[in-house]
Write a protein that binds this ligand. Structure first.
Ligand code: NAD
Length: 527
């Protein structure tokens, strides 16, 4: 691909790079395995691509499969059941039967807690296998899969398990003549549709609160990353979840996904994915049974660095780490960097010094900080956006090209554009790749206005030593989460979700329980 930035291109040789700092979401345990041993383990994996319905692994009713291709090297990993409307019917019937006979919903919260905690423990016991499946399936570095994704998914299951026997219902402050109980009940059958960028974690963010509140679930993972969802389904059974309570149907979005969202016996659809498909999900709900449709969608998050930032180096480290983590395939990646003109040159010099640390490497090498994009389509999309940045006049400072093509996988260099205007395609649309757009500002009010001038509203960040300014800007930013002088803090205790076209729901925290429960009022007349 021919790319000529105004300032020319800065390329680098990844073999010569030091490993990037993993301070941004640093793995929290040590890993001794060598690259060789991960490759050996990968070669020995036996992957079962059948769906999980009613507690059993089953082929698709029409018998079709699709290829699961690893983005690491283009190698076929497995045949995956290509579920269609018939498989969704079977899974929903199984979930409905499980819900109606109350084999799960009827258990005491303390009993559900024990099983969810056992489920979390099993994830940790299968840490290496799950991490390997995740890395082979979607290309993220093994160090991240193993330490971050497995831990976070397990922690999510544990947290909701621990919470559920501590949540009380309400009695309304009515007159003496009556008693009004306000109780929460499970909605019934939950359809969960999840994306490929954090396959295991996004699945956990849905199934943990849905199961904790007593629902039955049909989970539809992305066709690009179905492997860990299938293993989660098996581990749930091993933990003691009754058959039929968690079903996993693999398949394409327009087939299995649409059938699930259109199904009239599904009471709630919990969707994480693109804004484009999120729109369709809400239409499907309207076209069918007006099921509750919760959407967690895309982002184009701004990170604003003011000249009075207290620690410029930390701001640089965080901005660079957050955009390049997970190959830039994070809904909340701060892909628009607003930096005050007077510190821009220094900021960029420091940022460029960090770029080589994110050179794409073998995802099975424990030192690799950036792995492969999820597939050839995503690679083509990212390269198309890079072309658009160049042709619209942005200044390509780093990257801008495919990397490691001889591996057979789908890698792209970490890319930085300077002199971006907020109206450019690369600043408006979610790229979902390692591409940072730098926009200079002189007036912070104008930076905030531009930061908000987007159809998205997932996250935002502001860096300043002035506490008044920080509070005022945080208040003015239209986003579900605003970070001040950081971007890396995250926790299951806080809600995650967006304003505007970043979606209408919140995952994580006790607020997520609202999505999976109906609020019932029971009036009791007192004689
Ligand atoms: P996507 O919308 O293409 O697919 C998401 C899921 O929807 C997949 O399982 C897919 O098979 C399914 N799907 C596709 N078409 C469908 C249809 N017509 N009916 C029903 N289901 C259908 O998204 P993606 O490419 O997998 O994921 C990337 C997107 O997810 C990005 O936009 C990212 O920002 C977003 N995301 C958001 C959050 C959040 O919490 N807000 C978290 C992670 C990812």
């Amino acid at each position: 691909m021919a790319i000529c930035g105004k300032a020319g291109r800065r390329s680098f040789i990844h073999a010569a790079c030091r490993p990037a700092s993993l301070r941004w979401r640093r793995p929290n345990d040590t890993m001794n395995e060598s690259t060789k041993s991960w490759h050996e383990q990968a070669a020995q994996l036996k992957i079962d691509g059948r769906a999980l319905i009613g507690g059993k692994r089953v082929v698709a009713i029409e018998g079709a499969t699709f290829d699961c291709i690893s983005p690491i090297d283009g190698r076929k990993l497995a045949d995956i059941a290509r579920g269609t409307a018939k498989d969704i019917d079977a899974a929903v019937a199984s979930a409905r039967a499980a819900f109606e006979d109350r084999r799960w919903a009827g258990k005491a919260p303390a009993a559900r807690k024990r099983i969810l905690i056992r489920f979390a423990d099993l994830l940790l016991e299968h840490r290496d296998e799950l991490a390997l499946l995740e890395t082979l399936d979607m290309g993220k570095p093994i160090a991240a899969s193993r330490a971050t994704d497995v831990n976070a998914a397990a922690n999510t299951l544990r947290w909701y398990g621990e919470a559920i026997d501590k949540v009380y219902d309400e009695i309304a402050p009515t007159a003496d003549s009556a008693l009004a109980l306000i109780t929460r009940e499970p909605v019934g059958v939950v359809g969960a549709i999840v994306p490929w960028n954090y396959p295991m974690l996004m699945a956990a963010w849905k199934i943990a609160p849905a199961l904790a509140t007593g629902n039955s679930v049909v989970l539809k993972p992305s066709e690009k990353s179905p492997l860990t969802a299938l293993r989660l389904g098996e581990l749930a059974l091993e933990a003691g979840l009754p058959d039929g309570v968690l079903n996993v149907v693999t398949g394409y979005g327009h087939e299995a996904g649409a059938a699930l969202a259109l199904h009239s016996d599904v009471d709630c659809i919990a969707f994480t994915g693109s804004t484009r498909v999120g729109r369709q999900i809400m239409q499907y709900a309207g076209q069918s049974n007006l099921k509750r449709a919760w959407t967690e969608l895309g982002g184009k998050s701004p990170l604003i660095v003011c000249a009075d930032v207290a620690d410029l180096e930390r701001a640089v480290e965080t901005a660079i780490g957050a955009i390049f983590y997970n190959q830039g395939e994070s809904c909340n990646a701060p892909s628009r960097l607003f930096v005050e003109q007077s510190i821009k040159a220094e900021f960029l010099e420091r940022a460029l010094a960090r770029v080589p640390g994110y050179a794409p490497g073998d995802p099975l090498d424990p030192k690799t900080a950036m792995g492969a994009l999820v597939d050839d389509t995503q690679l083509a999309t990212v390269l198309r956006y890079i072309d658009a940045g160049v042709s619209e006049g942005a200044n390509l400072l780093a990257g801008g090209e495919r990397a490691r093509a001889d591996s057979g996988g789908y890698y792209v260099l970490p890319t930085i554009f300077d002199e971006v205007r907020n109206e450019m395609t690369i600043a408006r649309e979610e790229i979902f790749g390692p591409v940072l757009s730098v926009i200079a500002f002189d007036d912070v009010a104008e930076a905030v206005r531009q930061a908000n001038a987007t159809s998205y509203g997932l996250q935002a960040s502001v860096w300043t030593r002035d506490i008044n300014k920080a509070h005022k800007i945080a208040r003015a930013l239209r986003a579900g989460t605003v970070h001040v002088n950081q971007y890396d803090e995250d926790d299951i205790t806080v809600p995650f979700g967006g304003y505007k076209q970043s979606g209408n729901g919140r995952d994580k925290s006790l607020h997520a329980l609202d999505k999976y429960t109906e609020l019932k009022t029971t009036w009791i007349r007192l004689e």
